[in-house]
Design a binder for this molecule. Structure first.
Ligand code: PRT
Ligand code: MG
Length: 210
């Protein structure tokens, strides 16, 4: 019997992923609770519930055949070792630059200080403009950095814009649109092709376009 392991991102992506999987008839068997490996209503399919940033690694190494994670995570990780066949259209947001509403224009002499958890994406964005910036790596609460003088701007995800607004920040540039993607291990795509393709087709039938 061919088995399939699908790595899901816990947190907000999971909340959007489970309804999508339910639409194609794939459901966790019982409560997920604290379980990290969850059986499903299909005896040959199991789910792994892991941090979004770990999904590319699990899929790359074949610990999972397929996985769902954010495009932000994939771009930051570098996606060449994985197939990315499907935009799931869920957990949509955008990666943007934001600054204090009342910030004076940057003098252009001192290097711009950018706080972000997306070092690679940020480096690439400014490099493409020929601008060298000083990057400060944060793991969360990026919105705080400009308020306390830690950085001039932040590069972070924005959805409704409410978090920026609540902290007196404004979005000055959209770097890229983000949504969750299905990724597939390269070897699994060959050795388990029929099964992988079958689930991809089913998913592709229920994703909302646009
Ligand atoms: O668990 P771990 O710490 O490793 O991961 P995490 O905390 O990043 O997980 P989680 O559950 O927050 O999910 C993150 C993933 O969800 C991201 O990688 C994106 O692909 C996706 N996503 C979609 C978002 C948002 N929308 C989003 N709005 N991730 C984060 N946000 C945050 C944003 O960082 C900001 O703080 O929400 C705030 C902005 O929201 P608005 O609506 O106020 O603009
Ligand atoms: Mg978190």
């Amino acid at each position: 019997m061919t088995t399939l392991t699908i790595a899901l991102s816990k947190g907000r992506i999971l909340e959007d992923s489970l309804p999508l999987l339910a639409k194609i008839g794939l459901k966790p068997a019982g409560d997920i609770g604290r379980l990290l490996r969850v059986p499903t209503n299909h005896p040959n399919i199991s789910l792994l519930i892991i941090r979004p940033a770990d999904v590319p690694t699990f899929v790359e190494y074949g610990a999972a055949d397929m996985g769902i994670t954010g495009k932000d995570v994939l771009m930051e990780h570098g996606g060449e070792a994985l197939y990315e066949p499907l935009d799931l259209g869920i957990a949509r947001c955008r990666l943007s630059i934001a600054q204090k509403k009342d910030a004076p224009p940057h003098d252009g002499i001192r290097r711009l200080r950018v706080a972000t958890k997306y070092l690679e994406l940020t480096r690439r964005h400014y490099a493409a403009k020929g601008q060298q910036v000083e990057m400060i790596k944060l793991y969360g609460s990026m919105e705080l950095a400009p308020l306390v003088g830690l950085a001039d701007v932040i590069v972070d995800l924005v959805d409704t814009g409410n978090t920026l607004k609540a902290n007196g920040l404004i979005e000055t540039e959209i770097i890229t649109q983000i949504s969750a993607r299905m990724v597939v291990n390269k070897a699994s795509m060959k050795t388990k092709h029929a099964m992988v393709q079958d689930w991809l087709d089913r998913l592709s039938g229920v994703v909302e376009r646009g």
